[in-house]
Design a protein around this ligand. Structure first.
Ligand code: UD1
Ligand code: MG
Length: 456
């Protein structure tokens, strides 16, 4: 981080028509967070003290998202869309009011890292008036080419459409990330014209103008993958794959074993402790924390949940928001837990729904137990005491308290509180009739025979 204040300016006025979506492009998610969220987080992590966002008209959802992320975001509307320089100038007020470094980012380029952004700041800190983030492209077509002068300093950026055949051979390209010293920025941008192949105001023309003013231009380089722009769902999936692979590496480097990393889907904020074992086909939605020594068997789905040390879940467990599992808890196959605290050592091993509940330490919830927490209008609480035993196939109708150490007989439907250490069984009393089945069948066979005879 540098001493000079940083303003980031995120361009997001593109309509993203190639996504074929009602959702604005920058709100599509990667690893559980929108592209815009990734960009704004990177800006924040790199020390930006202010953030401005340029949107198109009718992008209220984008505006709302940005303000929710950071209520101090300054939002500007660009209308019509006349090019990247024109977009930046839509945020003129933010630039005018600011003293320091301004870095322009794209809302659809979400894999940019904090470190790279910090290197951009450092280039400006080292005296550049304009800093460009460049990369070596596998296939440079479509990108602006970075033209260097004899001293290895950037002389101009030539957009693909305006480039000569010679210039098109250059593979060193503009990522779109450009930084400026704020005191010279508007002076450069106000001189950018639109006499080019697209008839747009190109932000990239600032480089040539800076050169004629004798302002230092620096280039910072990064990997092509980091500045992958997303225009289509295929590119979204490609970026997701790259992000997933770096998230998995971080988890493994942190001391977790992923038996089949490619089949584990992580979120941007998944926290996984040491000596955690994760079997294949596991999905982590946002907000999951897994503590040390946990085993997650295959095919689990989790979001906004905590899994305490030494717990074991799955296969096929579903932890919904607010699932909070204590130490050494066991959650087995086809168990769903929502907004519930499962205390230390409790077991819920098979085919169960636990919602809006506390399950006390050491309690055992039998197979097929259902907590009936919803009456069609309201959700109600269930409290299961420490060491209680809930027999298989029981229904607990909330609100209800089951005391510590109580027993519920299998197949019970329990709607009133159960005192500690008592037994409750609500099954209907058993009826038994000897040879009833024989008589039943004989009776029905006689009727069937009569019908056959009368039909002849
Ligand atoms: C731009 C760069 C090019 C670079 C490439 C990297 C210019 C002139 N060209 O080209 O050098 O290699 O990105 O991907 O800057 N936007 C607006 N308003 C506008 C125009 C664009 O907000 O009027 C936003 C878009 O939403 C997008 C970004 O700016 O996020 C880039 O625009 P795009 O049209 O994709 O520029 P390219 O032609 O790809
Ligand atoms: Mg583009």
């Amino acid at each position: 981080m540098t001493n000079t204040s940083l303003l980031t300016l995120v361009l997001a006025a593109g309509q993203g028509t190639r996504m074929k979506s009602r959702l604005p492009k920058v709100l599509h998610a990667l690893a559980g967070r929108s592209m815009l969220g990734h960009v704004m987080e990177t800006a924040k992590a790199a020390g930006a003290v202010k953030n401005a966002l340029v949107v198109a008209p009718q992008m209220d959802a984008v505006r709302d998202y940005a303000l929710q992320f950071d209520p101090n975001t300054q939002i500007f509307v660009q209308d019509p869309r006349l090019g990247t320089a024109h977009a930046v100038l839509a945020a003129r007020q933010a630039i005018d009011d600011f003293q320091g470094h301004v870095i322009v980012l794209y809302g659809d380029t979400p894999l940019l890292t904090t470190q790279t952004l910090e290197r951009m700041s450092a280039a400006l800190e080292a005296g550049a008036g304009v800093a460009i983030l460049g990369f070596d492209a596998d296939d440079p077509s479509g990108y602006g080419r970075l033209l260097m002068d004899g001293n290895g300093e950037l002389s101009a950026i030539r957009e693909h459409r305006d480039a000569s055949p010679e210039e098109r051979k250059i593979t060193f390209c503009n990522s779109g990330v450009i930084g400026f010293r704020s005191d010279i920025m508007l002076g450069l941008l106000d001189r950018i014209g639109n006499s080019n192949a697209k008839g747009e105001y190109y932000l990239t023309d600032a480089v040539e103008i800076a050169r004629s003013d004798g302002i230092k231009r620096s280039t910072v380089t990064c990997d092509e993958q980091e500045v992958l722009g997303i225009n289509t769902r295929r590119q979204l999936a490609a970026a997701e794959a790259l992000l997933q692979s770096s998230l998995r590496i971080a988890v493994m480097d942190g001391g977790a074993t992923l038996i089949d990393p490619d089949s584990v889907h992580l979120s941007f904020d998944t926290e996984i402790g040491q000596d955690v074992l994760i079997e294949p086909n596991v999905f982590f939605g946002p907000g999951v924390r897994v503590e040390d020594g946990v085993v997650i068997h295959g095919f689990c789905h989790m979001e906004n949940a905590r899994i305490g040390p030494g717990a074991e879940i799955g296969p096929y467990a579903r932890l919904r928001p607010g699932a909070d599992l204590g130490e050494s808890v066991k959650i087995g196959n086809f168990v769903e837990v929502k907004k519930s605290v499962i205390e230390r050592g409790a077991k819920v091993n098979h085919l169960t729904y636990i919602g809006d509940a506390r399950v006390g330490s050491g309690a055992n919830v039998g197979a097929g137990t259902i907590i009936c927490n919803y009456d069609g209008f309201h959700k109600h609480q269930t409290d299961i005491g420490a060491g209680a035993f809930i027999g298989s196939n029981s229904a607990l109708i909330a609100p209800i308290n089951i005391g510590d150490g109580a027993y519920i007989g299998s197949g019970s439907v329990v709607s009133k509180d159960v005192p500690a250490n008592s037994l409750v069984v609500t099954r209907a009393p058993r009826t038994e009739r000897e040879d009833w089945a024989l008589k039943f069948r004989a009776h029905n066979e006689r009727i069937a025979a009569k019908k056959r005879n009368s039909a002849k």
